[in-house]
Design a protein around this ligand. Structure first.
Ligand SMILES: Nc1nc2c(c(=O)[nH]1)N[C@H]1C(S)=C(S)[C@@H](COP(=O)(O)O)O[C@H]1N2
Ligand SMILES: [Mo]
Length: 376
């Protein structure tokens, strides 16, 4: 008995595997990747600000928008990547040529880096970190590998992309639906766009309240939690049991000041309407009341635009101490908040005092604050 010949690239004549299809879906994927990359860079620099960079504290909701876009574009990139891989998979059966070996290697790097990046990013939105390597550093390094490999890929394919950028008469002529699936190219585009939109619409509710009710795929509902706000890390998880009877808040600058809770409450209070925008993808606006950081700086004799170290009662952990750059310390919206949505802060939201600042990642909105240090 004669075995059938192994498939070659020619065994996949369907017009759905045509370079025109790869070009169209590739364009969508490229937009998603670019948005994801740029918003990711912004998030990275917020958390690791190089000395030459001054991130402004306004617009107040900027980070909420960029991080919402980051998780949104990353999420819809998953169906787009799958569709792109499906259109081009017959290439796997092409005769191996030495000439294209380097290009093949770069595609292998691109595809595996993207698959890993989207996978760990998605698990991160679920607050699940089941790997031994540090998430943030790995996610960041992979992003640069992807962008590098993507530029090589686009450069190599440029002639092909150019030819198929527009729908030519020749392409239309050979685009009869294949007998097996009966799906037209337009049908495929609609299916892929529909799948990406569906995934997008059912997750975007974690940062856009209007879509909250249909956010079936969103890991977090932005209005579910004590005081109408989710809790990312509970006091119990952070090892903060509450406060001792002799609790004091201190600020050290040119002068050292120390306050009991009641004394903090007696200081002039200001109100800020600001969101918590978690790097993990959810965000929610809230009303905060407390003392402006710039007022506290003034009280201890420091200039309003000082760099301030924020110290939490939480022991250890990545976010037990954070820094407020001068732009953020000076902003009148930045508070040592004592109240949330009309009530005293819940312990899980940082009782008795927490930082809330405009245009900042949630991870830097430090809870259970008991000390501020003026650094410069
Ligand atoms: N001390 C301390 N502050 C913290 C955290 C933490 O783990 N420890 N988590 C941060 C993160 S990741 C987020 S998103 C916000 C969430 O604030 P919430 O729990 O009040 O909604 O708190 C931030 N403040
Ligand atoms: Mo967060």
């Amino acid at each position: 008995m004669k075995l059938p010949a192994p498939p070659t690239e020619k065994s996949f004549p369907s017009p759905l595997h045509h370079p025109r299809v790869a070009t169209v879906i590739g364009r969508w994927l490229a937009v998603a990747v670019l948005v994801c990359f740029l918003t990711g860079l912004f998030s990275h620099f917020q958390q690791h600000t190089p000395a030459w960079l001054h991130i402004p504290s306004r617009p107040a909701s900027l980070y909420r928008v960029t991080q919402g876009l980051h998780v949104f574009s990353g999420t819809i990139a998953v169906p787009l990547l799958l569709a792109k891989l499906w259109t081009v998979y017959p290439k796997l059966f092409a005769k191996p040529e030495l000439k294209g070996l380097l290009e093949k290697a770069s595609i292998l790097v691109l595809v595996s880096a993207m698959a890993l990046e989207l996978f760990i990013g998605y698990l991160n939105t679920l607050q699940w970190y089941p790997w031994p390597f540090p998430f943030k550093e790995t996610h960041y390094a992979l992003a640069w590998i992807i962008i590098g490999a993507l530029l090589v890929h686009i450069a190599v394919k440029l002639p092909l992309i150019r030819t198929h950028w527009r729908r030519t008469a020749e392409v239309v002529a050979e685009s009869l639906p294949p007998a097996i699936t009966g799906m037209t190219r337009r049908g495929l585009f609609r299916t892929v766009a529909g799948a990406a939109s569906l995934v997008g619409i059912s997750t975007i509710g974690q940062s856009v309240p209007a879509f909250g009710p249909i956010a079936v795929l969103a890991p977090r509902k932005p209005n579910v939690g004590p005081q109408g706000l989710p809790v990312n890390r509970t006091a119990e998880a952070a090892g903060v049991p509450g406060i001792p009877a002799d609790w004091r808040f201190t600020i050290s600058g040119p002068q050292q000041l120390s306050y009991t809770i009641d004394q903090l409450r007696a200081l002039p209070q200001s109100r800020s309407d600001l969101p918590i925008a978690c790097v993990e993808g959810w965000s929610q606006g809230a009303r905060w009341e407390g003392i402006r950081i710039r007022d506290l700086l003034h009280l201890c004799g420091a200039p309003a635009s000082s760099r301030v170290r924020v110290v939490s009662m939480e022991k250890g952990g990545f976010y037990a101490t954070t820094e407020l750059p001068p732009e953020f310390a000076a902003d009148p919206l930045t508070l040592l908040a004592l109240r949330l949505n009309g009530g005293e802060l819940a312990l899980d939201h940082g009782f008795p005092a927490r930082i809330i600042a405009p245009n900042r990642p949630g991870v830097l909105q430090t809870k259970w604050v008991h000390r501020l240090e003026v650094i410069s």
